[in-house]
Design a protein around this ligand. Sequence first.
Ligand SMILES: Nc1ncnc2c1ncn2[C@@H]1O[C@H](COP(=O)(O)OP(=O)(O)O)[C@@H](O)[C@H]1O
Ligand SMILES: [Mg+2]
Length: 483
Amino acid sequence: MAELLRATGVTKRFTGALALDGVDFDVRSGEVHVLLGENGAGKSTLVKVLAGVHRPDSGEVVLADGVRLAVIYQELTLVPELSVAENLFLGRPPRRFGVVDQARMRRDAVALLDRVGLAVDPRTKLKHLGIAQQQMVEIARALDQDAGVLVLDEPTAVLTDTETDRLLEIMAELRDQGVGLVFITHHLDEIRRIADRSTVLRDGRSVGVLPRGASVEEMIELMVGRSISEQYPRHRQDPGEVLLKIDGLTRNGVFQDVSIEVRAGEVVGVAGLVGAGRTEVVRAAFGADRYDSGHVEVGGKRLAGGDVQAAVRAGLGLVPEDRKGQGLVLTSSVGENLGLVTLGSATRFGVVDRGGQREKAAGMASALRVKTSGLGQEVRELSGGNQQKVVIGKWLLADPKVLVLDEPTRGVDVGAKVEIYELVNRMTAAGRAVLLVSSDLPEVIGMSDRIVVMAHGRVAGELPAVGTTQDQVMALAVQEIPA
Ligand SMILES: Nc1ncnc2c1ncn2[C@@H]1O[C@H](COP(=O)(O)OP(=O)(O)O)[C@@H](O)[C@H]1O
Ligand SMILES: [Mg+2]
């Protein structure tokens, strides 16, 4: 197999962090080479060095003659205000007599979207699409660039199973055509399905290369440097009083008559396909969006609709799905972000207790193993998964009665996932309640006590978590509701 790219001894230092330390990496024609490692291991930095975005401090990257490299970055690089078609051909729209050929752009866009299985009107503004759909647009754009080497940095983190299946098919087709693919994912099952070999990074160093067929245990052990005994360490207990009651919640045209109860000590999972209305329901319950009828109670007290402050005061917390947009102040420090919800509460004799707050923030950062040079580091410099840990840590510190987690482990590595699960256990052991919205079926089944399945904006059914299979959850999720 022809070698398309070779990186040798790549070292990259940022102020305060050695992100890459003498990494060797190569890509051959017709292979999927997975880059595996915990959040902050240096994967995205390596990608940016390969793409020439970052200059390495030492080492070199050589691309074979005439080979083009395209990258699907972890952070979306699209423009929300532009249409889907304009985003697809950003900077290189088809022209006719010097002007942009709109008709052709639309036709080409439809063909590209069709290739990734995305059925949206190319004239739609990008901002009106969900995150998963935006990711598919990003992928479609990269496919159009005839790259010899295609790098995908955690593309499946925001995709559903169906979209992921489609992407893996496309990747296999490209591989058959001789493209060399670099694939980053935290979903170890995807690696088992598609990887020809996997290079494992830990703390900026390449610690080994696994062949095709490596087991999940081998991957985890090499990646985290220790073995993890249980992927879903849920400690179940007898539930207490009802802490969250969502009763007949309806937003016309979006979700109808949704009722969910969560008791003290309980984790209730909410499963369903993308578009089933899960995020919409929890946002409305939290007061972030309006609803038309029904009501929400926390600890027996009815919440005024549409009032986030009141919801927080009543003891409700929400780790939102779109953490970058809603959960963090990117230009503030890790410490400040961790304190965002608690700032008011950490007072001593009426003044904000900065010292106590620092201590708590530091404790949480280390409990979640947030990889940072210190509490003073700006959150935007952290790797994606570590940013997510900060949002979760912020809410865990606030210690609400009821915590709603919307896709809490999306893009988070296995080690950190288990740490988040342990914190969920700690909350329920302390008599708190957790509502866990997740598209990760093994996670909902492994970490919930009961599972509410939503379809088409309604509750399609409820299942006990223990003994339930993924197929049983899916059967409810895909159920058609008679018109
Ligand atoms: N622009 C930057 N400035 C400072 N530090 C950075 C920057 N980009 C990445 N880092 C640091 O480099 C390390 C590796 O990050 P990254 O490559 O994003 O990890 P991964 O993609 O494996 O999760 C982390 O400690 C991260 O905080
Ligand atoms: Mg990354």
